[in-house]
Design a protein around this ligand. Structure first.
Ligand SMILES: N[C@@H](CCC(=O)N[C@@H](CS)C(=O)NCC(=O)O)C(=O)O
Length: 253
């Protein structure tokens, strides 16, 4: 049987014990950082971290593709399993931590109906929100002159998706405004919120226009409510920035 890690796998990854995160400060990376930080506050969870500079394309090298054939961050390696268990896809990392660490359902639900709401909003964002916002970012930053139609198309879709969240949070059709995406009543802060917030935190600064932003007051309040949490601030903070913590950076020749 071939070895679990390739020969070129950096020592920080190969020799890690327990949970090991490979990530960087990006929208999908932030989701994993924030939940790990929340679990640290509630359960004293410990893990180790390696950071990748995406510009070096370390995530496309064979040692990394052996762990995640998708060649993207974040991944979480659970070295308590034999062989180690690798989780890729940011939402799958949240779900893995929910079932393996968050035994009291602090960031999920024991009630199956509420947990089903969580799953819906998690998948809604993973399948619709993040790929569309990712494409919008690409066309607005890199290709707006070559593809104005694509930029406009993805902008319209981003606004449509944000409006879905605004309708849900405002209670427009249910007469029941909410503070969080899933859960009874006003809802409870859960991994459904962490999952979407990683992207939506910057929604005011992605060139949507003042008039469109003014139509999203409940979404804005939700973004600010979550931004106030200490674990959210740490998960978006300098510990995950390879320029501030070069000792965490992994780079092979
Ligand atoms: N669906 C994946 C997407 C992961 C993803 O696109 N990660 C970006 C950073 S946010 C990345 O690794 N980009 C570098 C690349 O594409 O090579 C997830 O949710 O984890």
């Amino acid at each position: 049987m071939s070895a679990f890690y390739a020969e070129e796998t950096p020592a920080a990854v190969r020799n890690a014990k327990g949970l090991h995160l490979i990530s960087t400060l990006s929208p999908n990376g932030r989701k994993a950082h924030i939940y790990l930080e929340e679990l640290k506050d509630k359960y004293g969870l410990e893990w180790t971290t390696s950071l990748i500079d995406l510009d070096t394309a370390e995530q496309k090298k064979p040692w990394y593709l052996k762990l995640n054939p998708n060649g993207r961050i974040p991944i979480l390696i659970d070295n308590t399993q034999s062989p180690p268990h690798v989780v890729f896809e940011s939402s799958a990392i949240l779900l893995y931590l929910l079932s393996s660490v968050d035994k009291d359902h602090i960031f999920g639900f024991s009630d199956p109906i509420e947990q089903s709401q969580l799953t819906q909003w998690l998948i809604f964002w993973h399948a619709s929100g993040q790929p569309i916002q990712g494409q919008y970012n690409y066309f607005r930053r890199n290709a707006i002159d070559e593809s104005p139609h694509a930029a406009q198309r993805f902008k319209n879709e981003v606004l449509r998706i944000y409006n879905v969240l605004e309708i849900h949070l405002s209670g427009k059709y249910t007469d029941s405004p909410r503070e969080y995406l899933a859960g009874a009543g006003k809802g409870k802060y859960s991994i459904a919120d962490i999952n979407a917030w990683g992207w939506l935190r910057t929604f005011r600064s992605i060139d949507l226009g003042e008039d469109d932003l003014a139509k999203l007051p409940h979404l804005a309040a939700w973004v600010d409510r979550i931004a106030d949490r200490p674990a959210v601030q740490r998960g978006s903070g300098e510990w995950y920035d390879e320029e501030k913590h070069p000792e965490l950076l992994i780079r092979t020749e």
